[in-house]
Design a protein around this ligand. Structure first.
Ligand code: XUL
Ligand code: CO
Length: 437
């Protein structure tokens, strides 16, 4: 079979001294960090939409990316050829996983029935390729935001017909994800939100979203799909206000609608920063609620206020991610999906390799740095010590809830003033983190 990246060899680990731009300097898939091989700890995934469907268009300009294998048509042949391109790329890169939206892999037909048939044809090829290469599906999802029918939303549309269409589409996407052995299924609500409350019944829309999620869960159960459901929080874009705003908002929705344990979170870096949070904040918020399922790794730009989806290269950022991820011993069955795109100026196919190699190396470094810090107990020891007043005396009674306001008032009236404050040592800790980097 013809090769689509004939000049690119299999990307190998060459070590930090290597000057080969087509080699890993830090990601050795078999290196063991905290008892796991990096390939099992990091579970890297390639995003089908950016890497194989990205064209370089932006709101101001046309496509720029050179993709010689793509004829630009919506034909099934083009889609099938793309599957071959994708698996050659993913195999040469050595990523164990990939992710897709239904519409990334398969074009829509004239009717839902025709669309589903096309999807089945492509899924068959995907399955063959997975078997041939050993590459696995990290998660599938449905694109419920591109088509004009979703102008008012999908599960939260004011139009019941659109709710029904979205249900049918998600049913099929879960079935195909199941057929392909997907480990997770993602719900990102691009159009599930609003632009204006003058025309919006927010309560009704949120209730519909809950109904939709219970229907999805029922269907997954009925076909034996055991993959983890994940919400992907994002505050805005394309809607002004998205219902999956951030981790805390999603957790509130999950808890209030009987979806605890059924839906966890897929946290994306650029979405975290759009919400005014750090990625570390979002990861920790999910983790402490036992809901950190997977991550979409990328980065925004400090000076731009939108979802630029750049590849992650900042080692501070990846170290902070790994400090949280290592606390729960990894993300399995989730992973690290590069929901990231090359810049429109980086138009050569080889740029796709440079981009992913950089992201994988940045996370491997983050993992190793975080593991060293954890081994030395630098943060853990400090944090534990900082709360030691709750380990005995009045603090212990508060934690056990064996005292109330009356006892605490008496305690303080006797003492007269709270003692015991110590420095938070932020700068001291920041300096230590720099030492590890
Ligand atoms: C959009 C985004 C999506 C989801 C999947 O910002 O991140 O691509 O990851 O729908
Ligand atoms: Co994403």
């Amino acid at each position: 079979m013809a090769e689509f990246f004939p000049d690119i060899p299999k990307i190998e680990y060459a070590g930090p001294k290597s000057k080969n731009p087509l080699a890993f300097k830090h990601y050795d898939p078999d290196e063991v960090v905290e008892g796991q091989k990096l390939k099992d700890l990091l579970r890297f995934s390639v995003a089908y939409w950016h890497t194989f469907r990205g064209t370089g268009t932006d709101p101001f300009g046309a496509a720029t990316l050179s993709r010689p294998w793509d004829d630009g048509s919506n034909s099934v042949d083009n889609a099938l050829r793309r599957v071959d391109v994708a698996f050659e790329f993913i195999t040469k890169l050595g990523a164990p996983f990939y992710c897709f939206h239904d519409r990334d892999v398969a074009p829509e037909g004239d009717s839902l029935k025709a669309t589903n048939q096309i999807f089945d044809t492509i899924a068959k090829r995907l399955k063959e390729k997975q078997k041939q290469t050993g590459v696995k599906l990290l998660w599938g999802t449905a694109n419920l935001f591109s088509h004009p029918r979703f102008m008012h939303g999908a599960a939260t549309s004011c139009n019941a017909e659109v709710f029904a269409f979205a249900a049918a589409q998600v049913k099929k996407a879960i079935e195909v994800t199941h057929e392909l052995g997907g480990s997770n299924y993602v719900f990102w609500g691009g159009r599930e939100g609003y632009h204006n409350l003058y025309n919006t019944d927010m309560k009704r829309e949120l209730d519909h979203l809950a109904t939709f999620m219970h229907m999805a869960h029922e269907h997954a159960k009925s076909i034996g799909f055991k993959g983890q459901f994940l919400f992907e929080p994002k505050p805005k874009e394309p809607t002004k206000h998205q219902y999956d705003f951030d981790a805390a908002t999603c957790l509130n929705f999950i808890g209030r609608n009987g979806l605890d344990g059924i839906v966890k979170l897929n946290i994306e870096t650029n979405h975290a920063t759009l919400a005014g949070h750090t990625m570390m904040h979002e990861l920790e918020t999910a983790r402490i609620h036992n809901a950190l399922g997977s991550i979409d790794a990328n980065t925004g730009d400090m000076l731009l206020g939108w979802d630029t989806d750049q590849f992650p290269t900042d080692i501070y950022g990846t170290t902070q991610c790994m400090l949280v991820i290592l606390k729960q011993k990894g993300l399995k069955p989730g992973g690290i999906n590069f929901d990231a795109k090359v810049r429109r100026e980086s138009f050569d196919p080889v740029d796709l390799f440079y981009a992913h190699i950089g992201g994988m190396d940045a996370f491997a470094r983050g993992a190793k740095i975080a593991a060293r810090m954890r081994k030395d107990g630098v943060l853990d020891g400090f944090v534990k010590n900082r709360y030691r007043s709750f380990d005995s005396g009045i603090g212990k009674k508060i934690d056990k809830r064996s005292v109330g306001f009356a006892e605490l008032e008496k305690y303080m009236l006797d003492k007269g003033e709270a003692a015991g404050n110590e420095s938070g040592r932020q700068e001291f800790l920041e300096n230590i983190i720099n030492d590890y980097l």
